[in-house]
Design a protein around this ligand. Structure first.
Ligand code: CMX
Length: 441
């Protein structure tokens, strides 16, 4: 057994015993109540899941195993000559629950390098799609084709002891994380770079090698990828991509099936696809106003136009957060350091000063502040990655770190099949008429 796997087993054995005791002592304690609005309106605020890897505070933003993004930037190991955290370190932290040493991170990097081979039928499956297919469709098709290489389903078919579910889940998760950059880079080069592919560089870290295979080998872009892959990795358990991965995984669908399902959720415009929508919206604004650097007054007018045509302002608002997303702030800091005079980046900052008061004045939006997607595209465009339809694929590669670390925990803790109760409006009406005991089990 590898060293990370041994450490994971030791940690999860302890957690298992602790949770068993916790449930024995307090299993019947009530932790909240559910209102009628909540069941009709996206179950906002209902505590119904356990996700160990990260926790979202509405005011402060995300913490990964207790660490904020600035803390991670200070404490996680860096690449040689780099200043941004290595995402392998965050994966270790989410999986093991402790900050890694540089040696631990180097170990994760080399394990991922060893496992990164992608069989040719995966590329053939992507090639079978027309060139106009969306990059997320190509990416998820590649992931589904790779499912042939998984071990969980094969072990299950042979007859696996429940206690061992976590082992092949762990193996599949590492294999998948190792191989995703290759699949994602293949999609990019096929769709946008004449099908000219770049072989991996085994001397680079996971995110650095991804940048290299995409065709962006300059130091700044590699640093951006390390930061990007770190901050997009996890956002506790209730968001669509994490929740879907967990839900599908709860049926004992293997990590490939569960992750692919989650990423189909990430591909929705109210979730991860918002990163492409932001840049598309800014490009359209620049075109309509015939300027690369619209004034704040011009931006305000354009925002009002967007709202009055019944559309959302992409990159703004959040289901849980109530302040500026610290992932936005981390990217803003990166922009200030690497490209303070870039027109598009400055436009993102001008939008930041313009949009919140307008959204606030509508009186119905719970969070008028920017989320992670409001900033990412402008940084990518700066380095030449202008193909905004691709951006959600980058988000998906990063999100694998969080949702797959969580899936390992789901299996190690023996979490049950997820199956909440649903009701009909007829039943709700009967209940409102005073009929008791109608909710069922
Ligand atoms: N622009 C315009 N209207 C917005 C808005 C925005 N950015 N954000 C919320 N609203 C509207 C909602 O559509 C809703 O309107 P109705 O009552 O008419 O249906 C109202 O304000 C209340 O919504 P809310 O409770 O504040 O927000 P929700 O929890 O329902 O939705 C989210 C959250 C993210 C879907 C929403 O803010 C949105 O659509 N934002 C734009 C898309 C986006 O940036 N998504 C990315 C989120 C981060 C991520 O997952 O990657």
């Amino acid at each position: 057994m590898g060293i990370i796997k041994e450490r994971f087993k030791a940690k999860s054995d302890l957690a298992n015993a602790e949770i068993k005791q916790l449930l024995k002592d307090h299993g019947n304690k009530v932790i909240g109540e559910v209102t009628l609005s909540q069941i009709y309106q996206g179950m906002r605020g209902i505590t119904g899941l356990v996700t160990e890897t990260s926790l979202l505070d509405a005011q402060e933003g995300i913490r990964f195993r207790g660490y904020s993004i600035p803390e991670l930037q200070a404490k996680l190991p860096k690449a040689e000559g780099g200043q941004e955290p290595l995402p392998e370190g965050l994966f270790y932290l989410m999986l093991i629950g402790e900050l890694p040493t540089s040696e631990d991170v180097n170990h994760v990097t080399s394990v991922l390098q060893r496992r990164s081979h992608v069989p040719s039928h995966v590329f053939a499956a992507i090639d079978a799609l027309p060139a106009y297919a969306h990059p997320m469709t190509m990416f998820v098709t590649g992931v589904m084709a790779l499912q042939t290489e998984g071990s969980f389903s094969k072990e299950y078919a042979k007859g696996m002891n429940k206690k061992d579910y976590w082992i092949s889940t762990f193996d599949d998760s590492l294999d998948l994380i190792a191989r995703l950059p290759r699949i994602a880079a293949y999609v990019y080069r096929r769709k946008y770079k004449n099908n000219e592919h770049i072989q991996p560089n085994g001397l680079l870290d996971w995110a650095g090698n991804f940048a290299h295979m995409l065709g962006y080998s300059d130091h700044g872009f590699m640093e951006l990828m390390r930061l990007y892959m770190t901050i997009h990795a996890d956002h506790e358990g209730g968001n669509v991509s994490a929740h879907t991965t967990h839900l599908v995984g709860s049926a004992l669908s293997d990590p490939y099936l569960a992750y692919a399902a989650g990423m189909n959720g990430l591909a929705g415009p109210l979730h991860g696809l918002a990163n492409q929508e932001v840049i598309k919206w800014i490009f359209e604004m620049q075109e309509e106003l015939k300027t690369e650097l619209p004034t704040k007054e011009q931006i305000a007018e354009y925002v009002k136009q967007t709202l009055s045509s019944g559309k959302v302002v992409p990159g703004y608002g959040h289901a849980v957060l109530r302040k500026t997303d610290p992932r936005f702030t981390a990217q803003m800091e990166f922009g200030k350091k690497h490209m303070p005079d870039d027109n598009l980046v400055q436009t993102v900052w001008n939008i930041y000063e313009t949009v919140p008061p307008i959204l606030q004045s509508l009186g119905k939006i719970k969070n008028p502040w920017p989320n992670v997607d409001a900033h990412s595209g402008a940084l990518l465009v700066h380095y030449g990655m202008v193909e905004y339809e691709y951006y959600t694929v980058l988000f998906a590669v990063s999100r694998a770190l969080g949702v797959l670390a969580s899936l390992c925990w789901d299996r190690a803790l023996g979490f049950a099949l997820e199956r909440p109760k649903s009701v009909t409006t007829d039943l709700v009406k009967q209940w409102l008429d005073g009929k008791d005991n109608i909710w069922g089990e």
